[in-house]
Design a protein around this ligand. Structure first.
Ligand code: SF4
Length: 368
């Protein structure tokens, strides 16, 4: 990075961003120099030519302990509960760059949520690289999985909505699925990346689950909460992907009917297993497949949005819409964006809105 962009003054790892004020002061004092950074937990020691000396053995605890306390909040607050990933999918750099899985202690999370709610937040988004692998301890040493943590968060006064992002199919469990039917505070939204609908490609990606297992989780969650919005991620053109493999992805998309999706052409990441695989797919083939996939996903998303017309949904208002002029925007419980008119600023309130129009990426409604 520094070689390509000599104007960069400072490079430091994600476990150290709470140190930014001190690092900037050091730079001002002319103390920038070559760096030695060692990741935390079981990450191997790494020496890189950075411009600032960085601390060794920094733990995530100290990072979270040293970040500023929440002071101002919009209606939706994001709370990191977990970092890193132990899965090592063959295409992904995250385990190499963010390190192994680490879960924040339960009490720290509950404290932060309480502070956000006191600042006006109504919705709490629990974030993690692999959020449903959460395994944090409370003050008595009791290990909480994600389902138990969500139950504890829901008990806090003022928490109206809870959402969690992003999950791994292999870390789903029955308790978490059942929670969708049990806990009114848990929003009907599940982001569950599948990447491919081909068994062969899933195995090559070392995702740790099959197509049948993925479909079974979607089915189970829908049994508990039929209106749950399902979102996913897709990678098209992974090494070795044949037209039949790609067709299997289209079949899976057809079977699930997604409400939202992120889809990309495979892009090789240095240092990953997939980067060394043979049978890399030509860019133009991958792009043509991606266009076909996105056509199907966009059509599903539009149909899903249009099917909401006539329904009255509760919308958490985030602020003015891009049009201005009395237009406001917010999120339905299933995370769909909703635009509507209102004579006064309703930011931070939950309003009932009747949907009158569905577009590809949003809904339009009238406040009732
Ligand atoms: Fe972990 Fe997700 Fe990357 Fe797989 S794709 S290694 S689950 S972060």
């Amino acid at each position: 990075m520094i070689r390509r962009a000599p104007y960069v003054d400072l490079v430091f790892g994600p476990q150290n961003y709470h140190r930014l004020p001190k690092l900037l002061k050091n730079l001002e004092k002319g103390e920038g120099c070559r760096a030695k950074e060692r990741g935390n937990r079981s990450r191997p020691k790494r020496e890189t030519a950075l411009q600032v000396v960085e601390a060794e053995g920094v733990s995530d605890d100290s990072k979270f302990d040293n970040l500023p306390a929440p002071s101002h909040s919009g209606p939706i607050a994001s709370v990191t509960i977990q970092e890193g990933c132990d899965r090592f999918c063959t295409f992904c750099v995250v385990p190499h760059t963010r390190g192994r899985e680490w879960s924040r202690p339960v009490e720290d999370i509950l404290q932060e949520v309480t502070e956000w709610v006191a600042g006006g937040a109504l919705e709490i988004q629990l974030l993690g690289q692999n959020v449903n692998a959460y395994a944090g301890r409370d003050g008595e040493g009791v290990v909480h999985d994600l389902a138990l943590l969500i139950r504890r968060v829901a008990l806090l006064e003022g928490v109206e909505r809870i959402r969690f992002i992003t999950s791994h199919p292999a870390d789903m469990n029955d308790d978490l699925a059942a929670l969708f039917g049990e806990l009114p505070e848990l929003s009907p939204y599940l982001h569950l990346p599948v990447q491919s609908g081909s068994e062969k490609i899933l195995a090559a990606m070392e995702r740790g689950h099959t197509v049948a297992e993925y479909l079974s989780w979607i089915e189970r969650v829908r049994q508990f909460r039929p209106d749950v919005a399902v979102a996913s991620d897709f990678i098209v053109g992974f090494p070795g992907e044949s037209e039949a493999d790609f067709q299997a992805t289209l079949d899976l998309v057809e079977a699930v009917q997604f409400d939202h999706a992120y889809s990309f052409c495979y892009s090789s990441r240095p240092g990953t297993v997939a980067a060394e695989m043979g049978d890399q797919i030509p860019r133009e083939v991958a792009q043509e497949r991606l266009a076909r996939l996105q056509n199907v996903l966009n059509a599903q998303q539009l149909a899903g949005n249009q099917s909401r017309v006539g329904q009255v949904v509760s919308v958490l208002v985030e602020g003015p819409g891009s049009r201005g002029d009395g237009e406001w925007t917010g999120r339905a419980a299933d995370f769909r964006k909703v635009h509507f008119s209102h004579p006064r600023d309703p930011t931070g309130r939950i309003l009932n809105v009747e949907i009158i129009e569905g577009f590809a990426h949003s809904l339009r409604g009238r406040c009732v």
